[in-house]
Design a protein around this ligand. Structure first.
Ligand code: GLN
Length: 542
């Protein structure tokens, strides 16, 4: 019977609840259990698709085309279980569903209220996971005490009551701040936060205490006493240098043992963590280092390229090298010489992006990579910029551009108006909604025999996740191929370019999809492995 674990957070945001949940999922998996993770986000947006990556970090896209919270990326990277739309909900989505039912008259004239209608809708979201795994881990976004999270707290309180202690568990993640003047880690915010949770009727049985240094035994005992929690269930969660160490450190502190103890499970085998240990060993003992420049736009919030950073690290782990990522704000190339920034770099990556700002800088980075034979990886927008660069500088089309930027010029990148999804045709207009209307999710692509990508993937057909509104104009194929830029992957019907590559370049690949979303530490994405391998070769040359 499925057991439900709810993870809440207190004191401050950004405590790494998502990571902690993912690591617990990995630990339970390593003990032979099946797990499923989901996230309840209290914000009002229907999904994070329209949120700025500056504010909210990256939008994580699932195979089934959902634009979801980036924590789902952590879940998938740590457990290997592909995330799906129904793993994530938000206040906006819950209300939309309730209001639609109200309009359809499904509540038979009742007055619609937060309790029970909203809370029931939330409980239904959780309950539908029953039976899908041995453990369902539900992370509640935000911090205890937030106005938005109240209906979620009430819903999980009720759900916990209905399931009983044998099938439900509340874990609370808190912070012990270090106060330099006192020379102490303080427990008071944790006490208050647990009190806040208890006032919502939720009694946590495990506390995960984040701290930047070891927590004294006395302090742990004090927390246990004041918060009414078993001594061995107040678990230190100290900062570590790599996120992939988290499963190991949580296990060493007894987290998985205590979770099983809460459910009365006594006969579970110890976890097999050898693969995690190997990864951490490789991260800590790299044989050399490569420098990768990521020329992007949202470079001042690390979370806006979360999956990309991780995929580069995975490529490094596979090649036993440390990957140093230099984020370069593309607009600096409007004034400064690209060579000053890109000389001595072993690989250049232009990631996904939207809008004109910074585009010219990205095009200059592409030109540098092509001419100087530096490995280049263009992802989505990065592929589109590579096509514009080729058109302008190789194919004598000086006004080549994208219709995303301007109505003038020659549109070598244009708005997609229709494409096939399975056997159906999806259509979009210029004035349609912005939310959830891109070409989203997994689509297959066919690889050209003998191409570099076919060799990298080792298979003629692939499936990758997409999130874009514009596409490279297929009519350019002949012109570009005559200048050495090959369309080495297309949609199975041959209508949409999916991958481009230069024949006579050490490593130059552009993809219309987001391979970073599927890379995992235990199963690194072949394109990232190959790109970093090329960067290692480059590092021996420069
Ligand atoms: N802005 C481009 C498009 O919509 C690229 C999107 C992306 O890089 N994810 O097609």
């Amino acid at each position: 019977m499925t057991k439900f674990i709810f993870i809440t957070g207190g004191v401050v945001s950004s405590l790494g609840k998502g990571l902690g949940s993912a690591a617990l999922g990995a630990l339970l998996q390593a003990r032979g259990f099946t797990v499923r993770l989901c996230k309840l986000d209290p914000y009002l947006n229907v999904d994070p698709g329209t949120m700025s990556p500056f504010q909210h970090g990256e939008v994580y896209v699932t195979d089934d085309g959902a634009e979801t919270d980036l924590d789902l990326g952590h879940y998938e990277r740590f457990t290997g279980r592909p995330a799906v739309q129904s793993d994530n909900t938000t206040t906006g989505r819950i209300y939309t569903s309730v209001l639609q039912k109200e309009r359809r008259g499904e509540y038979l004239g009742a007055t619609i209220q937060v309790i029970p209608h909203i809370t029931n809708e939330i409980k239904d979201f959780i309950r539908e996971k029953d039976g899908s795994a041995d453990f369902v881990l539900c992370e509640i976004g935000g911090t205890v005490g937030d106005i938005e999270s109240l209906p979620f707290m009430e819903a999980i309180r009720q759900f916990g009551n209905e399931m009983g202690r044998e099938r439900s568990l509340f874990i609370h993640v808190t912070l012990l701040p270090w106060i330099p003047a006192a020379g102490e880690l303080k427990t008071k915010p944790t006490q208050h936060s647990v009190k806040e949770l208890m006032s919502a009727g939720i009694r946590p049985r495990i506390l995960l205490c984040r701290a930047d240094r070891p927590i004294e035994k006395d302090e742990l005992g004090k927390i246990a006493l004041f918060c009414n929690i078993d001594d061995n269930k107040v678990i230190p969660a100290l900062d570590v240098s790599s996120i992939y160490e988290v499963p190991l450190t949580y296990h060493a502190e007894g987290l998985d043992d205590q979770v099983l103890d809460c459910f009365g499970i006594k006969d579970a085998p110890p976890p097999d963590l050898s693969r995690w240990e190997q990864i951490v060993r490789r991260i800590k003992n790299p044989e050399s280092m490569v420098r990768i420049a990521v020329v992007g736009k949202y470079t001042n919030l690390a979370d806006s390229y979360k999956s990309l950073n991780e995929a580069l690290i995975h490529g490094g782990i596979a090649n036993k090298v440390k990957v140093e990522i230099n984020f370069i704000e593309a607009s600096v190339f409007d004034e400064e010489d690209v060579a000053v920034h890109l000389e001595g770099i072993h690989g250049i990556l232009v990631p996904g992006g939207f809008g004109q700002r910074g585009a010219e800088g990205k095009i200059k980075a592409v030109q540098f990579a092509r001419e100087r034979k530096t490995p280049y990886f263009g992802i989505c927008f990065g592929m589109q910029m590579a096509v514009i660069e080729a058109c302008r500088n190789l194919c004598n089309m000086p006004d080549a551009t994208s219709s995303e930027f301007t109505e003038e010029g020659t549109h070598v990148i244009g708005l997609m108006t229709e494409w096939t999804k399975g056997s159906a045709k999806e259509e979009r207009g210029v004035n349609g909604d912005l939310g959830g209307t891109m070409r989203l999710g997994a689509y297959p692509a066919r690889l050209a025999a003998g191409s570099r990508v076919a060799g990298i993937y080792g298979t003629p057909e692939i499936s990758e996740r997409h999130r874009h509104r514009y596409e490279v104009n297929m009519a350019l194929q002949e012109t570009l191929e005559s200048h050495g830029l090959i369309f080495s992957g297309t949609s199975p019907d041959g209508l949409l370019p999916e991958i481009i590559e230069y024949k006579d370049h050490p490593w130059f690949i552009g993809v219309q999809f987001h391979p970073e979303l599927k890379s995992k530490p235990l199963d690194p994405h072949p394109l990232f492995v190959s790109f970093i391998e090329a960067a290692v070769r480059q590092s021996r040359l420069v």
